[in-house]
Each structure stands twice: as structure tokens, then as C-alpha cells.
Design a protein around this ligand. Structure first.
Ligand SMILES: Nc1nc2c(ncn2[C@@H]2O[C@H](COP(=O)(O)OP(=O)(O)OP(=O)(O)O)[C@@H](O)[C@H]2O)c(=O)[nH]1
Ligand SMILES: C=C(OP(=O)(O)O)C(=O)O
Length: 229
């Protein structure tokens, strides 16, 4: 099985998930719980080789490193800029890893590079708010993504994107309102599969209730308002 580098962007906790609840410590704890459960599921996926979190938030970075993820800091503001920086960091790390094993490989034909960054690394960008994600559904989605150059998984509503994957070339993320249509228009293949946990990103209280019905990881289950009622 060819495995993937997964990049997860995580906004600073202050100001994140404004549609989900009012700002404050409890809200930040919930946002952090969504991230932690998402990362645990990704880390447990056999199709994932390495995991990277793009964030400048110290609490998010601590959760990431605790789960064994790398942290990419200092990215420009904005989701797509953060993902582009994360993808560049993954490619650069892959060059360093190849050079550590075989110095000649990093400059030879075995490793394809552009401006010192590898172009043959499988990269998937994934939201940080997927607390009902199952490792097996991510593995299946990445398995299908491996058959095409660039692909995406739409969210439960079919309008947004929860995962964007490239087997080679640029990630070229177009996340934001209507991103499923934008990714399709840019040539990415929509992946088909029964992946309710993968598709259920949590933006609103109604989404959180749906994720809890699907079954969330322990961090979210323990912190969601409904569980505390
Ligand atoms: N590193 C980084 N991640 C971001 C940024 N903006 C959004 N994200 C992440 O991108 C994913 C999707 O973002 P949204 O669901 O729109 O999150 P949000 O902006 O916190 O939500 P709202 O305030 O409700 O719009 C989540 O994993 C966010 O943490 C950013 O500027 N930098
Ligand atoms: C950023 C996106 O989604 P949302 O803000 O709805 O999480 C997206 O689907 O591209």
C-alpha cells in the first residue's frame, strides 16, 4: 500500500468555529477536542505515513505533538495559504528524509524535485473538525484517491470539501464556500463512498449533534454541550 502524508490546518482557538458557539474557554476546549479526535483517527489510519498540523496555536500544537504529528508554524493567514505552506513543508521534509537514507537519491532521478521540494509525495489535506471520522473510512477514501492525480471528498451537504488529495503535483486548494464545485471545476475527481464520519465536518450545533449520533471520539463526546446537560 502506498501511504499518504496528511496535512490538517488548525486555526487559532480564539476566533475559531464561530458558527458553532460563543467564544470563551469552554468553546475553545470543544474546538480543541474536535481537533484531537480528528487527529487520533488519522493517526490510527493504516494508509497514513505521516501527519502534519498547520497551526500557530500553542494548545493545538501541543495536542498535535502529543499524537505524534509534526507542526508547521508561521503559515500565512487563511485556510488555502496555510495548506499550501503545509504541503510545501511536507515535500521539503520528504527531501530531507530521502537524503538521510541515501544522499544521492535526493539529487538523483529517484526523487523528483522542483526548487528542492519533492513533487512525488502523496498529500491529503483534511479538516480539523471531523470528530466522528473512522480510520477505516479514511483508508478507503485514500485508497480511491490513489488511483487518480487529484481528488476530493465533499462534505455531508455536498457543497463543501473535507478532503483534498494529490498523488503528484500541486495541491492547489480552493477551500471556502462552494469548494466542492470549485475543486471539481479545477479538475479534481469527486470520490464516491459511504463515509459518514469523514463527510461530517462540524461547523454548527446541528452538525455537532449529527456527529454525536454517528459516534465521536472521547474528547468531543466528553466536552459536547449535550453530553454535559
Ligand atoms: N492554519 C489555519 N487553519 C485554518 C484557517 N482558517 C481555517 N482553518 C482550518 O480550516 C478548517 C476549515 O475551517 P472552517 O470550518 O471554516 O473553520 P472556522 O473558520 O474556524 O469556522 P467559522 O468561524 O465558523 O467560519 C478547520 O480545520 C480550520 O481550523 C487559517 O487561517 N489557518
Ligand atoms: C472551508 C470549507 O468548509 P467550512 O467552512 O464549511 O468548514 C470548505 O468546505 O471548503
Amino acid at each position: 500500500m502506498q501511504r499518504w502524508s496528511v496535512v490538517v490546518p488548525a486555526k487559532g482557538l480564539t476566533g475559531a468555529k464561530t458558527r458553532l458557539g460563543t467564544p470563551g474557554p469552554r468553546h475553545e476546549d470543544l474546538v480543541l477536542a474536535l481537533l484531537g479526535d480528528t487527529l487520533e483517527a488519522v493517526a490510527a489510519c493504516p494508509a497514513v505515513a505521516d501527519l502534519w498540523v498547520v497551526t500557530d496555536d500553542p494548545r493545538a500544537a501541543a495536542v498535535a505533538t502529543g499524537i505524534g504529528a509534526g507542526v508547521v508554524g508561521g503559515a500565512p493567514a487563511g485556510l488555502n495559504a496555510a495548506l499550501a505552506q503545509g504541503a510545501a513543508a511536507v515535500r521539503a521534509a520528504a527531501v530531507r528524509a530521502a537524503a538521510a537514507v541515501d544522499p544521492a537519491a535526493a539529487v538523483g532521478a529517484a526523487v523528483r524535485t522542483v526548487h528542492g521540494a519533492r513533487t512525488d509525495v502523496r498529500i491529503a489535506a483534511l479538516h480539523s473538525d471531523l470528530p466522528a471520522l473512522r480510520p477505516a473510512e479514511l483508508a478507503e477514501a485514500l485508497g480511491r484517491a490513489g488511483a487518480v492525480p487529484r481528488s476530493f471528498v465533499a462534505d455531508a451537504e455536498g457543497t463543501g470539501t473535507v478532503l483534498l488529495a494529490v498523488t503528484a503535483g500541486e495541491l492547489a486548494p480552493s477551500f471556502g464556500p462552494g469548494s466542492a464545485a470549485a475543486h471539481a471545476a479545477s479538475g479534481a475527481v469527486p470520490l464516491v463512498g459511504d463515509w459518514p464520519g469523514l463527510r461530517r465536518d462540524v461547523d454548527t450545533p446541528a452538525h455537532l449533534a449529527q456527529a454525536l449520533d454517528l459516534g465521536c471520539g472521547p474528547r468531543t463526546t466528553g466536552r459536547a454541550p449535550r453530553a454535559c446537560a
